[in-house]
Design a protein around this ligand. Structure first.
Ligand SMILES: NC(=O)N[C@@H](CC(=O)O)C(=O)O
Ligand SMILES: [Zn+2]
Ligand SMILES: [Zn+2]
Length: 341
């Protein structure tokens, strides 16, 4: 039995660090676990211009204790009116690592998102030309489609046609939650990859709905049936370079989740690595963890692998009920691994 696992320093390829007081509160947790993070741009207002990207990056750096070696990677938020020249300039100048497609009204902070991919086809063609990755929240917003089917329907209606049209465009299908998504990515060209969250490795929809409604298990895309959790978990632990770590840590103050209309998002940053490694361990896949956490992401993005290592050890990590105004994932549980750096 392996009791100690030393791996190259990992990165988080999908996180919400927010802004203002929440940024100050949560950014250190991500910076303690990860060397770099792809920071999502769904602020209000969203990060759309190069100037806003530079300013946000400065606010993030200011929120992280100086002794932590952490690099935020900034993402442009796509709207129906995105300008290809502005995005390309941001990419060229090292401000925008990628651009994010939120279908309008699909999730938290997506009101300014894209109403039809056709509206940004010129932008996507330019991104393909310059090798700038497109990150996608992959759910349709059609009110006739059941919330549990929105990811699978997005593949059929939007993602498959997009990949067929622009096979050279690098696409990250973010936070996949279904067997259909895992299979689509497996069958797609090497330009298509996916991030996987810790919650979608651990919970199915029962966690949210059995024995009372549990708002802290609610995020988007919503957790699905057990068969989907198992398919996503098999993808994560498969060793395939198409799947990599993206926590989707999405903090919301407790009163906005424990409400008649609660916000979507799970705050998993403080114990993300302990949570992921527990799943890999349970599946006998510890040997696949370094690839998932530290290698597949940078290789897909075309960025250097991190220098240095971290160590995880078997041992108890008690997850608190609250961290400031936010309830963390696994609140009140004991995880079987700890990060010892
Ligand atoms: N995942 C979530 O449930 N929420 C995210 C948005 C997102 O990633 O879809 C958030 O910003 O709160
Ligand atoms: Zn999302
Ligand atoms: Zn997210």
């Amino acid at each position: 039995m392996t009791d100690r696992l030393t791996i190259r320093r990992p990165d988080d390829w999908h996180v919400h660090l927010r802004d203002g007081a929440m940024l100050t509160h949560v950014a250190p947790y991500t910076a303690r676990q990860f060397a770099r993070a792809i920071v999502m741009p769904n602020l209000s207002p969203p990060v759309t211009s190069v100037a806003e990207g530079i300013a946000y990056r400065e606010r993030i750096v200011a929120a992280v204790p100086a002794e932590l070696d952490f690099t935020p990677l900034i993402v442009a938020y796509l709207t129906d009116h995105s300008d290809a020249d502005e995005l390309a300039r941001g990419h060229r100048e090292g401000v925008f690592t990628a651009a994010k497609l939120y279908p309008a009204h699909a999730t938290t902070g997506s009101a300014h998102g894209v109403t039809d991919v056709a509206n940004i086809m010129g932008v996507l063609e330019r991104m393909a030309d310059i090798g700038m990755p497109l990150l996608i929240h992959g759910e349709v917003t059609d009110t006739h489609v059941d919330i549990f089917d929105r990811e699978a329907v997005f593949i059929e209606r939007t993602l498959a046609p997009l990949v067929a049209r622009l096979p050279e465009l690098k696409i990250v299908f973010e936070h996949i939650t279904t067997a259909e998504a895992a299979q689509f990515v497996a069958d797609a060209p090497a330009t298509v990859a996916a991030t996987i969250t810790p919650q979608h490795l651990h919970i199915n929809r029962n966690a949210m709905l059995v024995g009372g409604i549990r708002p802290h298990a609610y995020c988007l895309p919503v957790a699905k049936r057990e068969e989907h959790r198992l398919a996503v978990r098999a993808a994560a632990t498969s060793g395939s370079p198409k799947y990599f770590l993206g926590t989707d840590s999405a903090p919301h103050a407790v009163h906005t989740k424990e409400a008649s209309c609660g916000c979507a998002g799970i705050f998993n940053a403080p114990y993300a690595l302990e949570s992921y490694v527990a799943a890999f361990d349970a599946d006998g896949a510890l040997d696949k963890f370094e690839g998932f956490a530290s290698e597949h992401g940078p290789r897909f993005y075309g960025l250097p692998l991190n220098e240095g290592t971290i160590t995880l050890e078997r041992g108890e990590t008690q997850v608190p009920d609250r961290i400031g105004e936010v309830v963390p994932f696994h609140a009140g549980e004991t995880l079987g691994w700890k990060l010892v750096i």
